[in-house]
Design a protein around this ligand. Structure first.
Ligand SMILES: O=C(CO)[C@H](O)[C@H](O)COP(=O)(O)O
Length: 237
């Protein structure tokens, strides 16, 4: 079974268990979420469901439109029933690293407006400690003019290394859906208190958001190589 199939089984399971009729649904971003939207569209069609979808990125909005789903926004739907999103890594405490695809800011806003946040991922994202699996670091979305002082400050507070994320098909840095830059912080200490780290980094002027999702996720579905799905529940939500 391929990695893509592992993503698909996790996504289908989560949509089947969590999406209900007459609900407001947060649509995450990334390659795994593509399968979730696919499954949602199937269910809307066959079960005649009414589900209003709130996107977490330009990509998510395009997926909603492509599948003829109802597109909503936080202005009119500030309370979301459930959001299903991918993750770059999920540790044993259900702390997430997100933002590998650069959409962390809107993902965190939508997650914070959701009664329930569910993660869907393949088995490579399942980890004991952050950094065991995902080696690209913690994304930090920043206001462009402040990227150097923020970089220096984070390193002086917590160590490690920071890279400004560069675009692939464009010269220069990645510019997010919100017009900001992304710093990827490769931390050296795996035993940090992520709640403290998240709050401290957020206090630095010019930081818009971090890709650390602490105590936000209720459940994770990990698609396995043999086609089964492993579930992990949070102990605090
Ligand atoms: O946080 C994200 C984007 O900002 C994604 O959810 C995360 O990168 C996982 O993506 P994928 O499902 O493609 O592995």
């Amino acid at each position: 079974m391929s990695l893509e199939q592992a993503k698909q089984v996790a996504a289908y399971r989560a949509v089947d268990e969590y999406v209900k009729n007459n609900s407001i649904f947060g649509v995450g971003s990334g390659s795994t979420v593509v399968y979730a939207v696919q499954r949602l569209a199937e269910r809307v069609e066959t079960e005649n469901l009414r589900v209003t979808c709130i996107p977490t990125s330009f990509q998510a909005k395009q997926l909603i439109i492509k599948h003829n789903l109802i597109l909503g926004e936080l202005e009119t739907n500030p309370e979301i029933d459930v959001t299903i999103d991918g993750a770059d890594e999920v540790d044993f405490q259900m702390t997430l690293i997100k933002g590998g695809g650069g959409c962390l800011l809107q993902e965190k806003i939508v997650a914070a407006c959701s009664k329930t946040l569910i993660v869907i991922a393949d088995y490579t994202k399942d980890s004991k400690k952050l950094g065991d699996q995902y080696k690209k670091g913690i994304p930090i979305e920043v206001i462009p003019m402040a990227y150097v002082p923020i970089k220096n400050k984070v390193i002086s507070m917590f160590g490690g290394q920071i890279k400004l994320r560069n675009a692939i098909a464009k010269a220069g840095p990645v510019v997010t859906d919100n017009g900001n830059f992304i710093l990827d912080w490769i931390f050296s200490d795996q035993d940090l208190d992520w709640e403290v780290v998240n709050k401290s980094i957020k206090m630095i002027p010019g930081v818009v958001e971090t890709g650390l999702f602490v105590r936000m996720c209720k459940k994770a579905y990990f698609g396995q190589p043999e086609g089964t799905v492993v579930e992990r529940n949070s102990s605090f939500l």
